[in-house]
Every structure is written in structure tokens, then in C-alpha cells.
Design a protein. Structure first.
Length: 145
């Protein structure tokens, strides 16, 4: 019997502590999710643009808004212009509470989650992030627990 394939989730954030927090939060899903981390917007764009047609695409893209080289809004604009990522769920995971950032997210069919103050809050946030994935993917990810 073959093991089910893992789902790919990618996350870009220039804050090392936030990347570590996200990695820890997804540990309980490690059997079903590969979380790939990037420290800036340009790096995630390079990675995603180089994925071949036969390679698995992410089921979710998580972005910080404020990053060097390419911020979350620029990454989102570019991804939404690429046919391979036009429909891929994108979630902003940010400290921003600016109305204009929320409006941008809505216009670009992206979700918006404010970063938590404690690790305890991350468990609920991880569930919200998974909720952004396709329903069948949600089920597959959660069935690994």
C-alpha cells in the first residue's frame, strides 16, 4: 500500500521567529503536509515560477505583507497573473490592521489573518489556514492526526 502524497504549503515571511512559529504549528500535520519556508517575497516567486507542470503545486500560499525585495501585495499581484496560481488560495498572515490591506486581500481573492501574540493562539490560526484549502484537501490533511 502506498502512502498518500503530501500536500504542499508555502510560506514567506522575513521574520525568522514567525517562520519558526508557523513550522511548529504545522508539526502535527507533518505526515500530510510539506511546509516550505521562504524569507522574502522574491524567493517564493522564484520557487513557484520554477515549478514544472508535472510537479505538485501548493494547495495554499501564506504571505506576510511586509517583506523585502517583494512584499506580499506584489507577490500576490504576480501570482494572480500566472495561470498556474490564479486560483490557488492565498492567505495573508500579518501584523497589519490597515483597512487598505484588507481591501487589497478582498480584491485579490485572498484571506487575511492577524498574527497572534502567543503560540497558544497559533493552533486556531493553523486550522483557519487549512480551511482556506480545497475541502477535499482539508479532509486529507486533517485525517492524518
Amino acid at each position: 500500500m502506498t502512502a498518500p502524497s503530501k500536500h504542499l504549503i508555502v510560506y514567506a515571511d522575513d521574520d525568522a521567529d514567525d517562520r519558526e512559529l508557523m513550522a511548529e504549528a504545522f508539526q502535527k500535520y507533518r505526515e500530510r503536509v510539506d511546509l516550505v519556508l521562504f524569507n522574502d517575497g522574491a524567493a517564493i516567486l522564484r520557487y513557484l515560477s520554477r515549478l514544472g507542470l508535472s510537479e505538485r503545486k501548493p494547495c495554499l500560499i501564506i504571505l506576510d505583507l511586509n517583506m523585502p525585495l517583494a512584499d506580499g501585495q506584489e507577490v500576490t499581484r504576480q501570482l494572480r497573473s500566472m495561470p498556474a496560481y490564479a486560483e490557488t488560495p492565498i492567505m495573508f498572515f500579518t501584523t497589519s490592521s490597515q483597512h487598505s490591506d484588507h481591501t487589497f486581500a478582498e480584491r485579490h481573492d485572498a484571506g487575511f489573518i492577524t498574527k497572534p501574540l502567543t503560540f497558544t493562539q497559533m493552533d486556531g490560526i493553523t486550522e483557519k489556514l487549512i480551511d482556506a484549502c480545497d475541502r477535499s484537501i482539508q479532509y486529507e490533511i486533517r485525517s492524518a492526526r
